[in-house]
Design a protein around this ligand. Sequence first.
Ligand code: UDX
Ligand code: UDX
Ligand code: ADP
Length: 481
Amino acid sequence: MVKICCIGAGYVGGPTMAVIALKSSKIVVTVVDISTQRINGWNSDHLPIYEPGLDEVVKQCRGKNLFFSTDVEKHVAEADIVFVSVNTPTKTHGLGAGKAADLTYWESAARMIADVSKSDKIVVEKSTVPVKTAEAIERILTHNNKGINFTILSNPEFLAEGTAIQDLFHPDRVLIGGRETPAGQKAIQTLKEVYANWVPEEKILCTNLWSAELSKLAANAFLAQRISSVNAMSALCEATGADVTQVSHATGTDSRIGPKFLNASVGFGGSCFQKDILNLVYICECNALPEVANYWRQVIKVNDYQKTRFVNRVVSSMFNTISSKKIAVLGFAFKKDTGDTRETPAIDVCKGLLGDKAKLCIYDPQVTEDQITKDLSMRKFDKDHPAHLQPPSPSSIKQVSVVSDAYVAVKDAHGVCILTEWDEFKKLDYKKIYDSMQKPAFLFDGRNIVEVNKLREIGFIVYSIGKPLDPWLKDMPAVVA
Ligand code: UDX
Ligand code: UDX
Ligand code: ADP
């Protein structure tokens, strides 16, 4: 029996460990977390994260070879393999603030592992961390030399939220980085056997430690760069009358480019892209590579530009003022099929609309009112640092209401903004929506999910990212921020 302990029961640790347990009854997996609330959630019928297919996997293994516990030290001490999947937010103060990763949680986990261990362990870096973190962690682990051998591996996770279970079942690849020493190679082999329970051997890539760490940052940076590239094109399409969907399709059919991940949007969000690129920028700066740092920084700048551009479109279309106008916001999560709002473009867009004194009525199928209120009242990056939480700013928050039905959100609204591509928004009765709104009725589609021509036939004035502009919008003078 191999005993695995995973520190951190979050979006990565929870689903990944559940799938490892499902795929091998010979492995006992315990996921531990300092948050009692999170662990209680994992042990209940209402898991703390929403992820299609996750409930079934957890139900099949929980209590058999999958356990969730707050007894962190006991389970770490007993484990052969310890995964570390704690949060690594962006630093909010001090050296590298706003760019560098805050490794406080990582370091405290590493010190705890060193303190409680009584037997040799493989320690697996699962959360995305800056290159060479493994080396720092190795030093912490081996500092209290008690004759225990710790072998460190980097095994970054590539799952995307909303499709986590399918991504874990059928990964494009599993990446394991380790030291090029006999102990390092042996540890790689041990971890490889865990994944070989369901992943074909040729998809398990083994590299050195630094390559694995950097590959994860590189993969996320490349993916984000694709979105910023297509979003930059969307601005040009609007200015020239081309259709970004057609441009994406035509471009993506080149097999060297490929069709995936070319959807223009109001901007990318999620816990990884911005954080990892900022990290990359910081590493480049620390290594005296300012040109490389600037190249990657531009990906974030274009993403911020896209969100601002969207807000400007809303304001300029609606006669240059949205003060006291009701705007319905459909979707708040950073993508469909998740309740996660970390770095969601909806936060910046809503703050932009509130800045122009709009009244927002927000509906998202998975995000709670409490979460939306917190998100809109916090400063950038503070969200990941619970200790820095700011109290809600009453003046802007009273302009926001959160409802549990799309039709309630749009009633009497002057405009509708679609900010997440939930499937249910494609199936709404837009005639009914039009009839219940103030006229002229504006619809701003930040995810290109509605059929623009059909909506224009109903009577809407429609803005859809990167699509030929509505004649109405063409005649409106552009707002300069
Ligand atoms: C990402 C990576 O895909 C994953 O490999 C890594 O492990 C974690 O970071 P995630 O953030 O969960 O996963 O979701 P992803 O599907 O990558 O979407 C990120 C953001 O980009 C979302 O806001 C999404 O809406 C946006 N996006 C994605 C686009 O705007 N256009 C696209 O074509 C694709
Ligand atoms: C390019 C386009 O590929 C082609 O579709 C278009 O019609 C004309 O422009 P070409 O310039 O002939 O074709 O060659 P290509 O193979 O694209 O290489 C362009 C340059 O990029 C070369 O200098 C090549 O060495 C370099 N390159 C290409 C790299 O440095 N790395 C790569 O991975 C690929
Ligand atoms: P990710 O998206 O990378 O999975 P999350 O923020 O969802 O990140 O999850 C990280 C989890 O790690 C949180 O539930 C947090 O409580 C937990 N955590 C952080 N530090 C420790 C620690 N020292 N010991 C145990 N759990 C920790």
